[in-house]
Write a protein that binds this ligand. Sequence first.
Ligand code: AMP
Length: 125
Amino acid sequence: MPYDYDDQNVFAKILRGEIPSKPIYESGHAIAFPDITPQKKHHILVIPKGPYRCYDHFVQSASDEEQLDFFRAVGAVAKQLGLSEAHGGNGYRLITNSGRDSHQEVPHFHVHLLGGEPVGPLTAS
Ligand code: AMP
């Protein structure tokens, strides 16, 4: 089934500058900004600039260049925030919700990066 993309979602509006955000990182194909409802000390959303609905859509449809740039952006944000163990930090958690069972609220692919304090067990029922 092909993926549709609703360009009225909140992250599409952020990318077009129609809703304010304060990016902490930008690359050729990605931006990162704080979640409006932070769940941990650091709660950053990393999103591709392209119109992809979810992880599935992104890995099936984005170019290799976009995918490489995006996943490097995630690592760069972790490093920038001092969370990367490779750079002396205590680590972090990445979460992405994809599809009906996942409770994805915003239909533009994004990775949540959580850290700066212990993030607890993986799942909540
Ligand atoms: P998900 O449930 O994985 O789709 O997560 C969507 C996330 O987007 C939630 O954690 C929201 O708090 C966050 N969010 C919604 N609107 C905004 C906004 N305008 N700026 C930053 N984060 C937002």
